[in-house]
Design a protein around this ligand. Structure first.
Ligand SMILES: Cc1ncc(COP(=O)(O)O)c(C=O)c1O
Length: 480
């Protein structure tokens, strides 16, 4: 673009009168000269400007709202490094208190003053730590028995979150996936047992399955594993991936046994930045007892002014999230968390019911178990429709909503669904606005004279496979 003879920006330069606003943003090379903080701020801020409004993003599980004081606390702690315990000893104490609080919410039997656990960047790191601990315990036991340790595996449903694929690839531990079916949309305990053998380091049920919002039945799995372990002499444990459910079940379904009340549950991981109500990134992992956390996973360094021992994949990491979590525990208390989670569930139930009443749609499950649910197109409607859920996703995006359409995992992958995650900040009023936008979008799509590109592509794919695969409200597979 034609530029005037600019001077280098100085305190008097107006942001939008500056040369930088005429030039492309740096993509390959660091700029030669400095600029003013106002201009640099505006350029970076503008990069994020076209993104969706975070609260209209119903695809993510991650917290996008915290109150003013939480935000103030976290902003004030923005320069703190969690690992530097000598500089910030109270952060380590707060992390320990958070671990204690979470362990007690999960009915930890551990009597020690400080429960065995670790802070993580998210559930991904927390899952890795739980998985690695299970692997190392298994390895140690096998070595003591003089048995080979080169073929470890773990068992999980095919609706695993991608972190478990990473765990499998990075540590070279075989992932055995129990396929989901429409009759059994969660991990089938008896099926899971069939995948176990002497090399199984653990079974991983999920509370709040990412793809469907349903919960695996950990109590039934524990019972099945107990019988299997008794029969075989193995001691295959359970690691619960409670990324979402870890902060829902203790508040809303305390009677459901999924946690340390169960014999074989030796570790549990969760995301503090999901229903833990803290900005990203924060995760937690807790072990049933210190004895299940292998000593080799704790590393000590002496160069930060003291001997610091830490469990984790990362070293330096932000401390602000720990302050945020501790603040939320104090600010909300048990009743406050319960009220927020309850509102999320009620809003989800309302949305679930309203979507279920719309002519083109059918909910995947009759009940919601977490503040999220999925739905799909009715088979008889899908046969005639000139559009797909991908078109609806695109239409809703025009009004700012992010509502993802996707195919279910292996074995049920022919089913295209749409998902809504209801987080703190999604009110009944906002759901009404969303529902009205969905109705308007459907009305427009129904006027189409010709099939959309995604409809054509879907039809082509189905012809190649020779079937249209969907399922009924009762969850029975159904071909036509
Ligand atoms: C079941 C499950 N496990 C693990 C993860 C990974 O969590 P994070 O994003 O906190 O690393 C997710 C994220 O959605 C999840 O749903």
């Amino acid at each position: 673009m034609k530029s005037l003879n600019y001077e280098r920006a100085n305190a008097e330069t107006s942001v939008f009168g500056s040369e930088e606003m005429l030039n492309p943003a740096p993509t390959d090379k660091i700029p030669q000269h400095p600029t003013t903080p106002e201009i640099a701020y505006q350029m970076v801020k503008d990069e994020t400007f076209p993104q969706t409004q975070p609260r209209l993003n119903l695809a993510t599980f991650v917290t996008t709202y915290m109150d003013r004081y939480a935000t103030k606390l976290m902003n004030e702690a923005i320069n703190m490094n969690y690992i530097d315990e000598t500089e910030y000893p109270r952060v380590a104490v707060m992390a320990g208190r958070c671990i204690n609080i979470i362990a007690n919410l999960w009915n930890s039997p551990e009597k020690a003053q400080w429960k065995a656990g670790a802070v993580a960047i998210g559930s991904s790191e927390a899952c890795m730590l739980g998985g690695v601990a299970a692997w190392l315990r298994w390895k140690e036991k096998r070595k003591a028995q003089g048995k080979p340790t080169d073929k470890p595996n773990f068992v999980i449903s095919s609706a695993y979150q991608v972190v478990w694929e990473k765990f499998s690839q990075l540590w070279q531990i075989e992932m055995r996936t129990v396929p989901l079916t429409f009759e059994k949309p969660t991990l089938d305990p008896e099926e899971a047992i069939k995948y176990c053998d002497e090399n199984t380091i653990c079974v991983v049920p999920i509370e709040g399955v990412t793809w469907t919002g349903l919960n695996d039945d950990v109590e039934a799995l524990d019972k099945a594993l107990d019988a299997y372990n008794k029969k075989t002499g193995y001691d295959i444990p359970i690691h619960v991936d409670a990324a979402s459910g870890g902060y829902i079940l203790p508040f809303l379904n305390p009677e459901v046994k999924w946690d340390f009340r169960l014999k074989w549950v030796l570790s549990i991981s969760t995301s503090g930045h999901k229903f833990g109500l803290v900005y990203p990134g924060l995760g937690w992992v807790v072990w049933r007892d210190k004895k299940y956390l292998p000593g080799v996973m704790a590393f000590s360094v002496n160069y930060l002014g003291a001997n610091i021992t830490q469990v984790g994949l990362n070293f330096s990491r932000p401390a602000a999230q720990i302050l945020g979590q501790y603040y939320q525990f104090i600010r909300l208390g048990f009743d406050g968390y319960k009220a927020i989670q309850n509102n999320c569930m009620e809003v989800t139930r309302y949305c679930h019911e309203q979507i279920g009443r719309m002519a083109p749609f059918m909910n995947y499950s009759k009940e919601v178990e977490n503040p999220l649910f999925i739905w799909y197109m009715k088979p008889e409607y899908a046969k005639k429709a000139k559009w797909t859920l991908y078109d609806l996703q695109a239409k809703l995006q025009q009004s700012g909503w992010m509502v993802p359409a996707y195919t279910l995992p292996a074995n049920v992958q022919d089913c295209v669904v749409m998902r809504i995650v209801v987080r703190q900040g999604m009110s009944r009023d906002m759901v009404d606005m969303l529902l009205s936008d969905i109705r308007a979008a459907v009305e427009e799509l129904e006027q189409l004279e010709y099939p959309t590109q995604t409809r054509l592509a879907q039809d082509k794919g189905e012809k190649v496979k020779g079937k249209v695969f969907t399922h009924t409200h009762e969850g029975k597979p159904y071909k036509h």
